[in-house]
Design a protein around this ligand. Structure first.
Ligand SMILES: *Cc1c(COP(=O)(O)O)cnc(C)c1O
Length: 235
């Protein structure tokens, strides 16, 4: 393991995040509940990502297929990889055997493609449905009004396992938006008691404590862990 000053910063950042997560859980949730911390890797070098893994990060979040394919061979295999970015149907085949969850499913077309490739590879893919909780026209995710119809269709696909919901609440939005996600998640859990709905993926660098307050059990952290990203990107 190469020692670099910016790696020490990652260790410090992670310590702070863990401390804040622990406090938020103690304050707002059942202390027995677990919150997973995902490291969001876009624009970050594999060595730095592997350093985070050496510090106990077991979950990596990928946004772009191309970038992921160029970096994945260098990743420490101890960590699982989830795809969290917008996914074009024609790219599903490139990631189907490497990721353990696709969090950004927002159409039946995409779910069908994932199902097809998962079946062809003899596996079942865990997915989350991404909800456009802020009703932002520019953002991906399914609308709240269409969520349960999509959930029903997805749950009928044999090579997909619906594990829960993902959302990106708008920056600076009302707390009620986070609470709405918790309600949708609870409703989904009740609708599919026989399925393994157990994941609410919500909360990033700027709002993870608020997300935990409102039921998130998987937070996705980029900037607060690795520092500012190397270039500006369109989500
Ligand atoms: C970039 C990204 C994150 C992390 O964002 P930060 O604000 O840097 O923590 C989380 N989720 C998704 C889907 C992202 O694209």
């Amino acid at each position: 393991m190469i020692k670099r000053p910016e790696f020490e910063e990652v260790a410090e950042n992670l310590k702070e995040i863990r401390y804040n997560v622990k406090n938020a859980v103690a304050k707002y949730r059942d202390p027995a509940e677990h919150v997973d911390i995902m490291a969001v890797t876009k624009t970050v070098d594999p060595e730095k990502i592997n350093f985070a893994v050496s510090q106990g990060i077991l979950l990596l979040g990928e946004n772009r297929v191309q970038e992921y394919l160029s970096k994945k061979d260098f990743y420490d295999k101890k960590a699982q990889v989830h795809f969290i970015g917008h996914l074009q149907t024609n790219k599903v085949k490139y990631i189907i055997n490497d990721v353990t969850m696709i969090q950004s499913v927002d159409s039946l077309k995409l779910a069908g493609e994932i199902n097809k490739h998962a079946a062809a590879n003899g596996r079942v893919m865990d997915i989350l449905i991404e909800v456009n909780i802020g009703d932002e026209t520019s953002k991906s995710g399914i609308s709240r009004s269409s969520l349960f119809e999509l959930a029903k269709q997805v749950s009928e696909l044999d090579s997909i396992r619906l594990r829960g919901l993902m959302a990106i609440p708008p920056i600076g939005c009302d707390e009620g938006v986070f609470e709405r996600m918790r309600e949708l998640y609870n409703e989904l859990k009740e609708s599919y008691p026989h399925k393994s709905v157990d994941t609410l993926s919500m909360g990033m660098s700027g709002d993870y404590e608020l997300a935990i307050k409102h039921g998130s059990n998987l937070i996705r952290i980029g900037t607060k862990l690795f520092g500012a990203r190397k270039y500006l990107e369109v989500l």
